[in-house]
Design a protein around this ligand. Sequence first.
Ligand SMILES: [Zn+2]
Length: 242
Amino acid sequence: MSDLSKLRELVALSCRLLGKLNLTKEPSGHVSARIPGEDKILIKARGPDESGLRFVTARDIITVDFAGKKVAGDDGLESPQEVFIHTWLYKTRPDVQCVVHVHPLTVVLFTICNKPLQPLYGAYDPSGLRLLVDGLATYPRSVTVSDEKLGEEFAQAMGNKQACLMRGHGITSAGPNVEEATLTAIKLNDAAVINYQASLLGNPQPISQEDIDVMVGKSRGRSQGVHVASGWRYYRKLLDED
Ligand SMILES: [Zn+2]
């Protein structure tokens, strides 16, 4: 299998995983990956023959240029309306190799209520804590990011962050590979679920700064790659695709 075919399979797997975990509904949302050395990306398509994320296969992943135009893929599959979320992040951030955009219900609740996600846990999930401590971007508008101007505006709002909360809409995560960007979306959703459930139960208290410093320090560096690999293995098995 060529490297490009492998990348296409990986993007499809990420879609199926996000669908299985209910991070998005129906056919909403898409995952993309930069094609190395080219101004093109692989992206989950929309259109009359589209699949919901849970059921995506390599066939659903089309090739699109940096203007958002489809350059390869089956008939009946088109660029997503919000392809500009992806193209603008690739154009403005050379570090980004994968972009995930989904509509997770619990995170959307926080964007609607202007409630911050608090660092409520340490050892439970150190990389989830690091995500909150490093800070999340916010895109204050609730429109579909469906043209170049909005794509540019969105990329500016997201800056160099790993993830962006989009008001009354969803989230976008970006990373150096498909595995990491996908896990960031999952961990952001987990943080929102715990914040939400803790607030229902009582009066959630952030963990101490001392414990934040210890746990964030531990989750950086070499162990970060190990945790991404083991997290990804777990979710592959969850899909029964090991
Ligand atoms: Zn969207």
